[in-house]
Ligand binder design. Structure first.
Ligand code: GDP
Length: 300
């Protein structure tokens, strides 16, 4: 993952300077916190998140745990690590399955965010784990979207429920409901519903997604967000949270040269956990998201 390259380098440099010191003065702490703040802002982490993060690090770094430490600089690095884990969501959160199958997983996100690709990746991973997922094509806005999901389903070797091609606009809420019903009848234990995404957040789209949510009562609503989105991450995530009240986040394109800000902002501002990291165009390129591993990667 190249994502955190620059941020990682900047923080490493900051800590290298700190390590040359024995006891830390308040001025040392302030200087370090200022550098962390700049590095995070340059990595496109949202300002409120940066402020909260640096305030916590500063408070702890000036406190007793550092004063009493044998190696104060090391202790500050440890604090930054712990606070990074915290803003990334703390504990790892796994996908939740329904007690009574089928488990319904609905996907939402902007067009191009990587939803369809993720649907295929998730189906493939679920199949590997012994599940029998059914993909449901509810993106009836773009003429080619159903077709794309069909291609992805074929590559993943997964079943798909889709309206007939060329069938006009159709009713995505009905397709979603029929899809879940089909899964129940055909004994698929997981349903993955792909919904329409548009270039910007759009009220009609949000209402449609909310209607699909109400009609299918999903166990998980996953918001797929492109890690490259930068400072727009927060407004987009909040709009989707208001619109569909998602239960978890999928960060896609973490293999690209994004600066990592989205990853560090989204979990924090929405209070929803990042569950998966999507790291490439191939169907194998999907990882469970571990806040602690991600923090270590940043501080490597
Ligand atoms: P959707 O419009 O949200 O369904 O987005 P798509 O799944 O069609 O993805 C949009 C583009 O991003 C496609 O060209 C995908 O191949 C690409 N893509 C999706 N996920 C990833 C990822 O994790 N890494 C990279 N590098 N590309 C991705």
């Amino acid at each position: 993952m190249a994502t955190f390259g620059t941020l990682s380098d900047r923080l490493t440099e900051t800590f290298r300077n700190l390590r040359t010191k024995g006891k830390l003065t308040p001025a040392d702490v302030d200087g370090t916190v200022r550098e962390i703040r700049r590095a995070l802002l340059d990595a496109d982490v949202a300002l409120p998140v940066v402020k909260e993060f640096t305030a916590k690090v500063r408070e702890r770094a000036l406190g007793d745990e550092v004063n009493r430490a044998l190696n104060p600089a090391q202790q500050v690095v440890q604090i930054v690590n712990e606070e990074l884990v915290a803003i990334l969501g703390g504990q790892q959160r796994r996908l939740q399955f329904a007690k009574n199958p089928p488990t319904v997983i609905m996907l939402a996100g902007l067009q191009g965010s990587g939803k369809t690709t993720f649907a295929g990746k998730l189906a493939k991973q679920l199949e590997k784990d012994g599940h029998t997922p059914l993909l449901v094509a509810c993106d009836l806005q773009r003429p080619n979207a159903v077709n794309q999901l069909q291609v992805v389903a074929e590559r993943a070797g997964a079943a798909i429920y889709a309206p007939e091609p060329g069938n006009g606009v159709g009713d995505p809420v009905k397709v979603a409901r029929d899809g879940v019903e089909t899964a129940r009848r055909q004994q698929h234990d997981v349903v993955i519903i792909d919904t329409a995404g548009r270039l910007g957040v759009d009220q009609e789209l949000m209402t449609q997604a909310a209607d699909i949510r109400r009609a299918t009562d999903p166990d998980e609503v996953l918001f797929v967000i492109d890690a490259m989105i930068g400072q727009d991450a927060v407004t987009t995530a909040k709009a989707f949270q208001d619109g569909v009240d998602f239960t978890g986040v999928v960060l896609s394109k973490l293999d690209g040269d994004a600066r990592g800000g989205a990853a560090l902002s989204v979990a924090s501002v929405t209070g929803r956990p990042i569950i998966f990291a999507s790291t490439g165009e191939g169907l194998e390129d999907l990882e469970a998201f571990h806040p602690d591993r991600m923090a270590s990667r940043i501080l490597d």
